[in-house]
Design a binder for this molecule. Structure first.
Ligand SMILES: Nc1ncnc2c1ncn2[C@@H]1O[C@H](COP(=O)(O)OP(=O)(O)OP(=O)(O)O)[C@@H](O)[C@H]1O
Ligand SMILES: [Mg+2]
Length: 254
């Protein structure tokens, strides 16, 4: 069982998008047992991104000791399990993020058949983000190809080192291939981390958000979906499918 926190120094770089898509791909394509946990308690989006609208019991209730873990686990059609956080402001009252660590330990015990637990963390290095990181064993960084954002990743990686977490590498998101972007080699050089895979800035991702269906399910042939499949394959130690036009033809006949 692997517990992976998904982090970034800066907000809005694509952590939740990555968690949702990697989760559904690992569950549906690679038949892995996956649990996705929304550890971004103050501004939670995971349930929204996955179309889980009705969630009366959330991680907030569990952290407050008002519900059992199993009551906060929702089943996504992909096969992934999701523990959302509450959208209601009042549900923040009495939540102590320091309880996330013991909650994840319980999750591991109560769901021993799980292959992957992904923790969708709050951005930055505040108490909330650190609570998610501390609850994991491995850490996946999401960044965009711009210097300030990559510089924040350096800081996050230093903290991950202090916490003794295994760095898996970077998901380089929202890549457009423009000249003013950092190249993959530059990102790897600055961050001193390998890039596991890149995901293009693509309108299909935003279209899928509108429908509340991860792009990998909503538009499986989209460039961004294929790129997420490649990253999921790398994480699962599976053969990485081909991208580009040839890969597209193969997938149509798959
Ligand atoms: N590859 C992409 N192409 C186009 N839009 C994207 C891509 N990745 C993410 N987005 C969009 O960017 C916005 C931010 O993404 P997301 O919510 O996943 O970031 P985040 O890092 O989880 O943010 P936060 O730090 O606030 O939790 C969303 O509207 C999402 O749909
Ligand atoms: Mg998010």
């Amino acid at each position: 069982m692997r517990v992976i926190s998904v982090v970034s120094g800066k907000g809005g770089v694509g952590k939740t998008t990555a968690v949702a898509n990697l989760g559904v791909i690992l569950a549906s394509k690679y038949k892995k047992n996956v649990i996705l946990v929304d550890c971004n308690i103050t501004t939670p989006h995971l349930g929204l991104y996955m179309g889980i609208d009705h969630h009366p019991v959330t991680l907030n209730h569990v952290l407050k000791g008002k519900a059992r873990l199993s009551e906060a686990v929702y089943h996504h059609p992909s096969g992934a399990k999701v523990i959302p956080s509450s959208l209601a402001l009042r549900e923040l009252d009495g939540v102590d993020v320091a309880n996330i660590k013991s909650t994840i330990s319980r999750l591991k015990k109560e769901y021993p058949e799980t292959d992957f637990i992904f923790l969708d963390c709050a951005p930055g290095l505040g108490r909330e983000a650190m609570a998610g990181m501390r609850s994991s064993e491995e850490i996946l960084f999401v960044t965009t190809p711009y210097f300030p954002i990559v510089a924040d990743t350096v800081k996050c990686n230093q903290v991950a080192g202090e916490l003794g977490l295994k760095p898996l590498g970077i998901v380089l998101n929202m890549k457009k291939g423009n000249k003013h972007e950092l190249s993959s080699v530059e990102v790897e050089g600055i961050a001193e981390l390998p890039i596991i895979g890149s995901v293009s800035l693509h309108h299909d991702v935003l279209k899928s958000l509108h429908k509340r269906i991860p792009v990998a399910i909503n538009s499986p042939l989209s460039k961004a979906s294929v790129e997420f499949v490649q990253i999921a394959a790398a994480l699962a130690g599976e053969k990485i499918p081909k991208g580009g036009f040839f890969g597209m033809i193969l997938r149509i006949f798959d």
